[in-house]
Write a protein of this length. Structure first.
Length: 138
């Protein structure tokens, strides 16, 4: 289960909308050894594309430093789908396998294809997609 603080959920959805027409991306972090997400770090989509995302390398390193300094663990990678459902595409699966071969991270996808954004979460390991339940906590 992925537990999102209410303000983090709002930040993630707002970042996805602000990224239009391109996909938006970012990183989520929380206390070490905990499934709570307490921080969202927006990261520039270096691909500048409406169909793919690539976390900006320099911003990614800065987020890692900040998370370490705050004793937080990176929990998930977030990106938006501008015209498709909140389900990993073949490209998402390929990229997750290359970026996170041990399946340590979760992948949050915000779909913007409908008027109401939809947020879902997955684990991707060895090409296998497993949905993770998401709760938003006030």
């Amino acid at each position: 289960m992925l537990r999102l603080a209410e303000d983090v959920h709002a930040e993630v959805v707002a970042h996805a909308l602000a990224g239009l027409p391109n996909e938006a991306c970012g990183l989520l972090a929380g206390p070490v050894c905990d499934d709570r997400v307490t921080r969202f770090f927006p990261v520039r989509n270096a691909a500048e594309s409406s169909q793919i995302y690539r976390l900006d390398d320099a911003e990614f390193l800065q987020v890692e430093r900040t998370a370490d300094a705050e004793n937080l663990a990176l929990v998930a990678v977030m990106h938006s789908h501008t015209h498709t459902s909140a389900y990993p595409s073949p490209t998402d699966v390929r990229d997750a396998t290359a970026f996170d071969p041990f399946g340590a991270l979760q992948y949050v996808i915000v779909s913007l294809k409908d008027p109401e954004p939809a947020l879902r979460c997955y684990r991707i390991l060895d090409g296998v997609i497993t949905e993770v339940a998401v709760t938003v906590e006030g």
